[in-house]
Design a protein around this ligand. Sequence first.
Ligand code: NAD
Ligand code: TYD
Length: 349
Amino acid sequence: MSKTILITGGAGFIGSHVVRLFVNKYPDYTIVNLDKLTYAGNLENLRDIENSENYIFEKGDIVDEGYIKSLFTKYAFDGVIHLAAESHVDRSITNPMEFIMTNVVGTVNLLNAAKNAWKGNEEGKLFYHVSTDEVYGSLGDTGLFLETTPYDPQSPYSSSKASSDHFVRAYGNTYGMPFVISNCSNNYGPNQFPEKLLPLFINNIRNGKALPVYGDGKFTRDWLYVVDHAIAIDKIYHDGKNGETYNIGGFNEWTNIDLIKVLCKQMDIALGNEAGTAEGLITYVKDRPGHDKRYAIDANKLKNEMGWEPSLQFEEGLAKTIAWYLANEEWMDNITSGDYQNYYKEQYS
Ligand code: NAD
Ligand code: TYD
């Protein structure tokens, strides 16, 4: 059945993988990618599908209420997959207001536009809100986040995402908006902006630069290959139940320092360097303020209800990721040449 789906943030890291999957898998769907092209948005991520007949790019800002309204008039959307966001915790510490505007106000603008467009005709419509496990807060040494875990966000980023999740549920409850929400753990893979741990460290190793490990490095995250996240989003979009939340995770917990050491070993091999070269770049730096100790996610609801599981073992996913960055050095050099240098200086000097 043909559908017109709005994907927001489709020029970003995860969004570009979701757009690619939908454009290639559903030739009968029209996929409209709305993206502001902030520092994190990059149309290079979508070169391979940009000329597909079922793909349209719209440059715009979800914070612009009038523009969002006009987009819903221009296209009769059957669904929204909402990924556009400010996504980096460190930037949220420096500039929380940007996160409130895009993540909260932008989401409510989209909800209002969808509510008005779908009023009385909600059957078959869906607002899919893509969120993070960080809304649940920080765990001690044990335990896992379940879909029922109370929200306890600790950073400006996670607070803005938690707020947007609440608004989506409120629109479901108050106005009958058909919705699903998924909360995913840390993603890694091709096309991730080098402010996040793995691409930043891959780029630094490639350039022989220090690897800035925050605090004692004993912070734990669950890691999922980005294509597996996109596959989960596809399943949930089509088979998820209205009003439900699904946790997505890799069943793959690492302390930062252990993960960095595996990365260093694989990078030495990939670059043909002597063993131990990359590890020699590890430098412990001042901790992130309010740094969440541990995230760990129970993704069994998704596994049991929809048969979704991560398709890759971590070492395999990491090797593919490293191979991609080394084969796409121009992609990295283009985005690290301009403003990135200022960001890097402010964040790490
Ligand atoms: P990203 O920062 O790589 O991409 C965000 C995209 O949104 C960019 O293309 C940017 O241009 C666009 N954007 C930002 N502000 C906008 C605005 N006002 N209007 C329109 N477009 C705008 O982010 P990502 O890592 O791909 O994350 C995508 C989504 O997934 C986010 O909602 C994030 O909270 C969520 N998420 C991310 C992770 C992760 O590990 N990266 C994990 C779980 C959930
Ligand atoms: P990040 O990729 O920013 O994701 P998040 O904070 O959303 O989990 O960071 C992952 C982990 O790596 C987190 O514990 C912070 C740590 N980290 C560093 O030690 N050094 C760095 O330069 C960065 C960017 C992150």
